[in-house]
Design a protein around this ligand. Structure first.
Ligand code: ATP
Ligand code: MG
Length: 249
């Protein structure tokens, strides 16, 4: 994979870079370019998978496919749910994804105690040559939704609220998780920045499974803070990131 592709967004290129980085490879869900062979292999191996446009944003064109009983599969997107028999599945996927380059990724069970999907937006900046975490916030998907973005009914939420109210972490678990997250974010952006040496900020989208394992869904190369940090009930992190942006320039 070419490492010189500055500013060309590719979820796959970033995932490959990180999969081949021993320090962080354990945090990357298996990810491949969507092709028939890869699709059949992954759908056999995992109970659920995500399909995402390689250059997608705002969760547009994202699908989740889940294995049910009797060779049936459930296919969900932002707005619809359909059911497909295994023999028709690949044709259905092909027609839904035609015209765009897609990736296929193992689904991570990043859900709250009451079953809502969530992820974490971890904003990182290079300040005086050093990568640091500017802020982490949660994104809580609407009930029944497969994505978490505010463009599809999701709610940005303070990390502390997510951990306490929705995941029932103790204070000790919260402190430990924050420490692990920050280390994971800094390690991964340090490596991704080699692909994009001129960029001074990234945002890592992270899921946490029921066993508290940390999984990186993607690393955003041109992260916005309007649709997440700016929508939090407390603007401390939003202001902090804006301040750090000025220093980083
Ligand atoms: N492997 C996965 N397992 C579980 N959920 C996932 C996975 N990949 C993505 N998601 C969910 O799907 C959504 C979109 O994924 P992703 O961030 O890769 O795409 P995006 O188009 O950049 O969307 P956004 O702009 O909302 O971040 C996220 O809200 C995330 O919670
Ligand atoms: Mg994203």
């Amino acid at each position: 994979m070419a490492i010189e592709k500055h500013h060309v967004k590719s979820k796959l290129a970033v995932a490959y870079q990180l999969i081949h980085t021993p320090e962080v490879s354990g945090h990357i869900p298996e990810t491949e370019l969507l092709r028939e062979s890869a699709f059949h292999r992954m759908i056999k191996k995992y109970d659920a998978i995500y399909l995402k446009p390689d250059q997608g944003r705002k969760s547009r064109g994202v699908f989740r496919i889940e294995k049910l009983k009797n060779n049936e599969f459930q296919l969900r997107s932002g707005t619809s749910t359909t059911y497909v028999h295994s023999k028709d599945l690949w044709n259905k996927v092909k027609s839904k994804t035609e015209g765009s380059r897609y990736i296929i990724q193992r689904a991570i069970d990043s859900v709250t105690k009451d079953g809502r999907h969530f992820d974490l937006r971890c904003h990182s900046l290079r300040v005086n040559g050093k990568w640091k975490v500017g802020g982490i916030c949660g994104r809580l998907g609407e009930k029944g939704s497969i994505v978490t973005t505010s463009h599809y009914g999701g709610t940005p939420i303070l990390l502390d609220t997510l951990f306490t109210k929705h995941l029932k972490y103790t204070n000790k678990e919260k402190t430990e998780m924050k420490r692990r997250l920050e280390r994971c974010v800094v390690k991964s952006v340090r490596h991704v920045s080699r692909m994009y040496p001129s960029l001074k900020e990234f945002a890592v989208d992270i899921g946490i499974d029921r066993r508290k394992r940390i999984w990186i869904f993607e690393v955003n190369i041109e992260p916005l803070i309007r649709g997440n940090f700016k929508m939090l009930p407390d603007l401390t992190l939003y202001r902090k990131i804006k301040r750090l942006r000025k220093i980083a320039k």
